[in-house]
Design a protein around this ligand. Structure first.
Ligand code: MG
Length: 296
């Protein structure tokens, strides 16, 4: 097993490989190229920062039977995938900021995949050749928005809602590792990765048939049962196998001088007040525009 990460020393950010108590500084992100600069820092002397910088942060849902049961959902027969905003990533040690403290906001511990070789239409058999390594992730989820909107993108993409780390591990078998979430010292989620309905190889193959996976892309592979709400003051600890735990605290985001409808603001009118336009009218406008453009 090899260990990689993102680190900060003063104002300087760098990727490095952890060997014992040392961090060997790399010239480039480890998922692009493992090229040591020769500089070595002591792990104790640097801050752990984000170990990934993906072009796409993809999440898988409903991948453990007991979680499907607790969410009262039905298995789809294929993996269920959606995007989380990469801007929601949060390093080990930093605080999750609950955007809407009045909403139920849940923790979900998940195994995360880091892509090492671009993948497009790869078979299940070849899929693991495209994986660089793995890390621990949390898929923080605003359940009120998720239930109201029946969409997964917005409710899981607020800043800080995707903690990952502390490190990324390569040359490791993740097919049957323990996966746990501790909240304030109490065990809340406990399962094994072997209980995943779709394996890492099946997920990578499936996603690669929907979009090209690039080096450094990250896929969260779904959470087991036991999900529950977080509150300001909580201490979360996510553990997979014998890897160092991912630890994050929880605070409420500072109050914002914004109305929730403001994200739908069209020059002063919000969507609530916006006149309803029948679909037929939208098609008429679209077709008229098309005809205008088609005139020779
Ligand atoms: Mg999830």
């Amino acid at each position: 097993m090899r260990t990689f990460g993102g680190f900060r020393s003063g104002d300087k950010f760098f990727y490095g490989e952890v060997r014992g108590n040392d961090v060997h500084v790399l010239a480039r992100p480890y998922w692009i190229d493992i090229e040591p600069t020769g500089e070595v820092q002591r792990l104790a002397d640097v801050d752990v920062d984000l170990p990934v910088a993906p072009s796409k942060l993809i999440a898988v849902g409903l991948n453990y039977s007991d979680h499907i049961a607790e969410m009262k959902r039905t298995p789809l027969g294929t993996p269920l995938i959606w995007f989380k905003a990469p801007s929601s990533l949060l390093p080990h040690g930093d605080a999750i900021e609950i955007t809407w403290p009045e909403h139920r906001t849940d923790f979900e511990v998940e195994l995360a995949i880091v892509i090492g070789v671009p993948a497009k239409n790869v078979t299940v058999k070849d899929a693991l050749d495209h994986v660089f390594g793995y890390t621990i992730g949390l898929d923080i989820s605003d359940r009120d928005l998720q239930k109201a909107e029946k969409q997964f993108g917005r409710c899981k993409s607020f800043d800080t809602y995707s903690p990952v780390g502390p490190f990324v591990y390569s040359d490791v078998d993740v097919s049957d590792l323990s996966i746990e979430l501790w909240q304030n010292g109490e065990l809340r989620q406990q399962a094994r990765t072997s209980q995943m309905i779709y394996s890492v190889a099946q997920i990578v193959s499936f996603v690669s048939q929907s979009m090209t996976l690039l080096r450094g892309d990250v896929i969260l592979t779904g959470t087991p049962s036991g999900v529950g709400p977080i509150h300001a003051g909580d201490q979360l600890e996510a553990i997979i196998g014998n890897w160092p735990p991912l630890r994050n605290s929880v605070v409420n985001a500072p109050p914002r001088d914004l109305d929730w409808r403001s994200c739908w603001n069209f020059g002063g009118a919000n969507l609530i007040d916006f006149p309803y336009i029948p679909a037929t009218e939208i098609f008429r406008i679209r077709d008229a525009t098309f005809e205008e453009r088609s005139v020779p």
